[in-house]
Design a protein around this ligand. Sequence first.
Ligand SMILES: C[S@@+](CC[C@H](N)C(=O)[O-])C[C@H]1O[C@@H](n2cnc3c(N)ncnc32)[C@H](O)[C@@H]1O
Length: 277
Amino acid sequence: MTLEPIRVPSAWLDLRERADAAARARELVGRLRRQLPTGDLVIHDLACGTGAMGRWLAPRLPGRQRWVLHDRDADLLDVAASAPPRAADGARVDVEVRHGDITRLAAGDLAGADLVTASALLDLLTAEELRVLIDVCTAAGCPALLTLSVVGRVQLTPADPLDARVAAAFDAHQRRTTARGKLLGPDAVPAAVQGFRRSGSEVLVRPSPWRLAASQAGLAAEWLAGWVGAAREQEPGLAAATELYTRRRLADARAGRLVVRVEHADLLTLPAGRGTR
Ligand SMILES: C[S@@+](CC[C@H](N)C(=O)[O-])C[C@H]1O[C@@H](n2cnc3c(N)ncnc32)[C@H](O)[C@@H]1O
């Protein structure tokens, strides 16, 4: 059993922001815009980190917006609050931070929300935590845009016979048992789709893959180091088997010779009765 929580370094979030922005499913934003009320918007971003979702989405939505940013890491919240973005039409975006555990939110905490967002969060949750999240989103009665959840598929080019073994151990690590319970990892997307549909919401799912090549060599190398590290932690026997592999793959990634595709999925949920626009 792993002890939690592990803090997410701000430098890692900086490094991935450009790849995340390129990966996000823009088509869902068009659909979302048709569901939002005209006038000022209140948006709750759950587990906001340094605020990448707001920096990406606020300039794609019109009008004044108030973003309520939730995270359990006060240092990340400080960064998130430091430079609010602007709306699509240049309107002002106000930011309010809420320091706390999003798995302990109650329905009233999101009262008045026009939209709930989260990014790179669902796969970190347990099934019970996801159930709570679905309940609070459903009670808020507004759309939810839940992006960049890993789905358990990666592809490295050129391929290596050890890739599949590392990938399987990494996925097992994503599903590891922690003090909070078993994490969903790659099971998060189907579980969220099922849970939201059971609550009466319409759910749209779109792919949002990272495609990391030479121009993202730094991120590809960091990702690879973390991917192999998690796999080795899960399956210590892999350490010897992957020693040369890791050195070679890392050198290739740093030199821009490795192309990495990491599959994610974005979800847009529309509450009952709002799915037709
Ligand atoms: C992978 S980062 C993603 C951050 C941001 N959404 C983004 O896309 O850049 C996960 C974030 O979730 C936060 N987090 C994880 N579990 C949380 C919880 N139970 N309550 C509040 N924040 C949480 C972490 O502090 C971290 O900022």
